[in-house]
Write a protein that binds this ligand. Structure first.
Ligand code: HEM
Length: 508
């Protein structure tokens, strides 16, 4: 081929890519923007490529530079731009996630519609990196999601979770036993940063629940996922450029190596099971049974089972540790509620601290349930939920064009005085004394576990685990905030305490 022909071919290829880039960065965003603005929807101005990412990061940095107290609103530290727009523009507006207009939905009727139409408002295509942690059921769409949900649902039925209660007890009592020792070594009180302990306790629980007697190999997966999660959090702070995750940077290489190591461990576990070490009561056993021939070929492949196990690790561990840590922090601040919760534990479980709580006694802890609901309202572990619009959709009065996204800022909705009353920012577990529907006046405005068909599959699992942990803790210790505690909630995948949770434990 002659040189001019090669040059011409290269020019055509270059022009093709250039047109696509210009369309992605400028033409499409501007078209979507004018479509939304024509309907009177307020929104931030578009900054090519980065959108509001930089603005949001600057606001986050500013919010984090100021110390806050336990009675302050945490939304400026979690979703600063959404809060600012909400205060100045009302319930529905759009901001830019890179070149994609993202409509913030805070009206309960709209939220209900988005979560009801699971096939129309689909899960976002996750960033390839995030899929390493949150793949499987949580990321699937359409029929694939429905099939997996059908197969996995039975693993989380109360009958199956009941079998996991002894594992909950084993893991939680191991941690409180170690706290006992720490405190006794110092006399009767001791300062402990409970955060890392709660993280490893919930990891231990999910290791036992997912992998039964092979839980030790599961613990290595947890360590690796912890590292993966911090590397991903670092990457997500950078502006999103498609394809960048394929570049052999130091972080990318490490993330791939971790993913590979996790796969090797999981595959080893699966092979052992296939070689006859059958266990049917743990999550892996239940999922493998569904992938066997008995299911008539409609079960999951081994790869799919492995993907779900990785997801359970992340979804089950991270969120529950966060629920527990904010519960301990808020009960340290609200000693009256700590005492009420302890009194209830004594009434239901009796005075024998060595008695093992069973599922019925845990289910009878009503004050504790109210406390957890209130903690999840004020400190939702998942601070916002996301959906994508792939075809033109009506949402109330608005027409959403294909290509936009929809965000539900849970942390903001949970503290909205118009929905929850003037005391929305206060810790008042009694608002849940007659259940969630009374507290929300039957509006869809309480979303710690999502809502609708895609609601969290593990909510009963995590609430039971959290009840076990808190019951054992309350039986043995009273606790208060240490003078060294710094209140600093921040989103690192979930809503975490930036500087841990330094509490003073007193032996009872
Ligand atoms: C306090 C604890 C937990 C919280 C706050 C929580 C929160 C959530 C939320 C908000 C969603 C919905 C996401 C969306 O609609 O986009 C979700 C989904 C999910 N959660 Fe949880 N979760 C918790 C515990 C667990 C546990 C213990 C497991 C498993 C062991 C789990 C597994 C899942 C799965 C598989 C999904 C995806 C469900 C689907 O798309 O059909 N979660 N969770």
């Amino acid at each position: 081929m002659s040189l001019p022909v090669v040059a011409a071919a290269l020019m055509v290829v270059l022009a093709f890519f250039l047109t696509r880039v210009v369309n992605w960065v400028w033409i499409k965003p501007k078209k979507l923007e004018s479509y939304l603005r024509r309907q009177g929807l307020p929104g931030t101005p578009y900054t090519p490529l980065v959108g509001d990412v930089k603005r949001n990061v600057n606001m986050l940095m500013e919010a984090r530079s100021k110390p806050i107290t336990l009675t302050d609103d945490i939304t400026p530290r979690l979703l600063p731009l959404a809060l600012k727009m909400f205060n100045s523009h009302g319930r529905t507006f759009f901001i830019w996630l890179g070149p994609v207009p993202t409509i913030m939905i805070t009206n309960p009727e709209h939220i209900k519609e988005v979560f009801s139409k699971v096939y129309d408002f689909e899960k976002n295509a996750s960033f390839p990196l995030v899929k390493l942690l949150v793949g499987g059921l949580a990321s699937y769409k359409g029929d694939k999601w429905a099939r997996h949900r059908r197969i996995i649902n039975p693993a989380f039925h109360l009958e199956k979770i009941k079998n996991m209660v002894p594992a909950f007890y084993h893991c939680c009592s191991e941690v409180v036993g170690k706290w006992d020792k720490l405190v006794l070594d110092k006399g009767l009180s001791c300062e402990v940063d409970v955060w890392p302990w709660l993280v490893s306790m919930t990891a231990d629980v999910i290791s036992h629940a997912a992998f039964g007697s092979s839980y030790r190999e599961g613990q290595r997966i947890f360590e690796l996922q912890g590292e993966l999660s911090s590397l991903i959090a670092q990457e997500l702070k950078k502006p999103y450029i498609p394809g960048l995750s394929f570049f052999p940077t130091k972080n990318n290489k490490r993330m791939k190596a971790i993913d590979k190591e996790i796969d090797i461990i999981l595959r080893g576990m699966v092979s052992k099971r296939e070689a006859g070490e059958a266990e049917h009561n743990d999550l892996l056993g239940i999922l493998l049974a569904s992938s066997s021939e008995e299911s008539g070929g409609s079960g999951m492949s081994i790869e799919e089972v492995m993907r779900e196990c990785k997801l359970f690790y992340f979804a089950g561990q991270e969120t529950t540790s966060v629920l527990l840590v904010w519960t301990m922090i808020l009960l340290s601040h609200h000693q009256d509620w700590q005492e009420r919760a302890r009194e209830e534990v004594r009434q239901i479980l009796g005075d024998n601290i060595n008695a093992k709580p069973d599922i019925d006694s845990l289910n009878n802890l009503k004050v504790m349930t109210m406390i957890f609901y209130e903690v999840l309202r004020l400190y939702p572990p998942v601070a916002e939920l996301r959906r994508t619009v792939n075809k033109e959709m009506k949402l109330g009065e608005i027409t959403l064009p294909a290509g936009v996204r929809v965000y539900i800022p849970t942390a903001l909705v949970h503290r909205d005085p118009d929905l929850w009353g003037e005391d929305a920012g206060e810790f008042k577990p009694e608002r849940f004394k007659d259940g969630i529907s009374k507290a929300t006046k039957n509006q869809v405005c309480y979303l710690p576990f999502g809502w609708g068909l895609r609601i969290c599959i593990g909510q009963n699992f995590s609430l039971l685990e959290a009840k076990m942990a808190m019951a054992l803790i309350l039986q043995r210790f009273s606790f208060e905030l240490s003078p060294s505690y710094v209140h600093s909630p921040q989103i690192v995948m979930t809503t975490r305490p930036q500087f841990g949770a330094h509490l003073i434990l007193h032996k009872l």
